[in-house]
Design a protein around this ligand. Structure first.
Ligand code: BES
Ligand code: ZN
Length: 621
């Protein structure tokens, strides 16, 4: 279900980093200026105001430090487009003193190093600052860009390296900290964070948050707007704009059952509550696993729970990612591959094996298509980022190829043994970061280093460090989708849409069918499909997106208005970037796209704007 390739190709290329941001010190994260072998942030207190008029977060971040190196006297932080007003440091007697600081030259992706030179190893310091209206990690929406149209909205998206655009910190998944916060906002605006949200809080004197579990910076999250809350179960609830509350609570009613199913497989959920925040449709991702409060696109509210595997995915990160965290973005597969695997196991437990298998078939098909166009090095599970922005190497590889490796291990070693090993992995590394080397050591000892192992280290190495998918890997197979393949072939030949018998198809069948349409399908075939099944304007965004993609290729005009609405409404990259890309291929379509984009652009997230600007060659007037 992923068409990341196009995203990847069309991401504006950030100037190649001449040198890694940490000056390529071995063992340090190449995407952070932090010298976390010398000093680490242990806790953060945020005292911030959400200022919708200035479009900024303003206040201070108090950083509590753990010094690791006796001679260290300097703290290097990551920042991007932050205005630093002053830095004060507390000595051991608790006196605050102004402290000199220096902002280095800006790197386009990594931002500016903030160096604070100290005379002693202070226990804590405060950085007074405010963010920039164009912060890459925040989106500010005007009231008219919300569902309710009366109140503004703001949300953050920190992964991979955007936390530094709204908090000065050590922006690397190798460092974990607890946090608490006091956040003020205008009356009538509720603030929520990746922390202990209280639906009864009024916000008088500021909203208060506490996050007692240590998290990496990319899981720091905040949102503010006209948010209502509805409980869905003992541990689960949903926050969203009032006009979306009932639909969201009904769509995601299985969330509690998903937690129960995951706990049976992988041990207790360790984060207290699990709530969902349903954002406006400009949210650039499907979901983001912010701890205790996953951020979710409203485009998965299809009305029939058919796209709720996204919730299974974000929930699964509570084990794979949030509990056991990739130690750098090179090892993203440890987060996303494990999570895609766990997601599929949750879908199997809650919705049945048939649906889980269909999803595997669709994902594997899309991965193989995508890899045809990917540079070989980006097809390795372990990514060679070499100073690139991690956003630029984003693809379906860490997700689906990672899931495929774990599925293969399950098949070879047997489910019981494999499940026990995965559970032990989560327990052994809980609240820590792990690398691919750690993975090899852990699963080597338990599974593949044995002389009679069902899977040899050399085969694992092929998955990790070679392009493509190893020859011996088994493709997922679904009888139901084999039936769709036969129906598809007959339809392409005959054009008889009624003969498809697709009235009773579930989403997985439609996705597989639409993915299989030939690129040179004539427009009248789509007209027949549309007449029989009303695909133009369909409420299921995943089906609609694939139908519009086929429609652009075939020159099927009657869907234009619905396509236009889709592009203006939806800022989720996966559901719009491939459409802009397809439109940019002919001069007429490109001219039309530019006109639509002028309407769509103001509603897009800063990172989505950058991507689409590059595709269409758009220059702001
Ligand atoms: N953590 C990711 C989103 C992400 C990845 C943001 C890398 C920035 C950099 C999230 O869990 C995710 O994978 N979302 C997917 C959903 C999914 C079901 C594959 C998405 O947004 O499409
Ligand atoms: Zn994920």
């Amino acid at each position: 279900m992923r068409l990341f390739l196009l995203l990847l190709l069309l991401m504006p290329l950030t100037a190649a980093a001449a040198s890694g941001s940490s000056d390529a010190v071995p063992g340090r994260d190449e995407h952070s200026y932090a010298r976390y072998d010398e000093v680490r942030i242990r806790h953060i207190f945020l005292d911030l105001d959400v200022d919708f008029d200035q479009r900024q977060l303003a206040g201070f971040a108090e950083l509590h430090l753990d010094w690791k190196e006796p001679d260290a006297r300097r703290l290097d932080l990551d920042t991007r487009d932050l205005t630093i007003e002053r830095v004060v440091a507390a000595d051991n007697e608790g006196n605050w003193k102004a402290t000199p600081f220096q902002l280095a030259r800006a790197h386009p992706a990594f931002g500016r190093r903030l160096s604070i030179q100290l005379t002693q190893q202070v226990p804590k310091l405060r950085v007074y600052y405010h963010s920039n209206p164009a912060a890459s990690g925040l989106q500010w929406l005007l009231p008219e860009q919300t569902l309710g149209k009366h109140k503004p909205f703001m949300f953050s998206q920190a992964q991979a390296i955007h936390a530094r655009s709204f908090v000065p910190l050590q922006d690397t998944p190798a460092v974990r900290f607890t946090y608490d916060a006091r956040i003020t906002a205008p009356t009538g605006i509720r603030v929520v964070m990746s922390a202990n949200n209280d639906p009864a809080a009024t916000g008088e004197g500021g909203y208060r948050f506490n996050m007692p579990q240590a998290i990496p910076s990319y899981l720091l999250a905040i949102a503010a707007g006209d948010l209502a809350f509805k409980s869905m179960g003992p541990r689960t609830g949903v926050y969203t704009e009032p006009g979306r509350l009932e639909a969201a609570a009904a769509e995601f009613a299985d969330t509690e059952a998903m937690i129960d199913a995951t706990e049976k497989l992988y041990g207790p959920y360790r984060w207290g509550r699990y709530d969902l925040l349903i954002l406006p449709p400009s949210f650039p991702f499907g979901g983001m696993e912010n701890p205790r409060l996953s951020f979710i696109t409203p485009t998965v509210i299809a009305g029939d729970k058919s796209l709720t595997s996204l919730i299974a995915h974000e929930l699964a990160h509570s084990w794979s990612g949030n509990l056991v965290t990739n130690s750098s973005w090179r090892d993203l597969w440890l987060n996303e591959g494990f999570t895609s695997y766990v997601e599929n196991r949750i879908v199997e437990a809650v919705y049945g094996v048939q649906q889980a298998t269909m999803q595997q078939v669709v994902d594997q098909h899309e991965l193989l298509e995508e890899m045809k166009e990917l540079p070989a090095a980006d097809q390795h599970l372990v990514l060679a980022l070499d100073g690139r922005d991690p956003d630029d190497a984003f693809s379906g590889v860490p997700y689906t190829k990672g899931e495929w490796l774990l599925r293969t291990m399950e098949q070879r070693f047997g489910r019981a043994r494999f499940d026990a090993a995965i559970r032990a992995w989560f327990d052994a590394n809980a609240f820590q970061s792990a690398s691919t080397a750690d993975f090899l050591k852990f699963f080597g000892e338990r599974l593949f280093d044995a002389t009679d192992s069902a899977m040899k280290p050399s085969e694992i190495a092929e998955w990790l460090h070679q392009p493509g998918v190893p020859q011996r890997a088994q493709r997922a197979q679904s009888d139901v989708l084999d039936g769709v393949d036969r129906a598809l072939a007959a339809f392409v030949a005959s054009g008889d849409a009624a003969a498809l018998g697709a009235q009773s198809w579930i989403t997985g069948q439609w996705l597989h069918f639409l993915n299989g349409l030939p690129a040179d399908l004539p427009a009248q075939r789509l007209a027949a499909l549309d007449a029989a099944y009303k695909l133009t304007g369909i409420g299921n965004s995943e089906i609609a997106f694939r139908f519009y993609l086929a429609g652009i290729r075939a020159g099927y005009e009657p869907m234009r208005t619905a396509l236009r609405d889709h592009l203006i409404e939806i800022g989720r990259r996966k559901l719009m970037v491939p459409l802009w890309t397809e439109l940019a291929k002919t001069p007429e379509n490109k001219a039309w796209a530019l006109e639509v984009y002028r309407k769509a652009r103001p509603g897009y997230h800063p990172i989505a704007q950058g991507t689409v600007d590059a595709i269409l060659g758009y220059r702001a007037p």
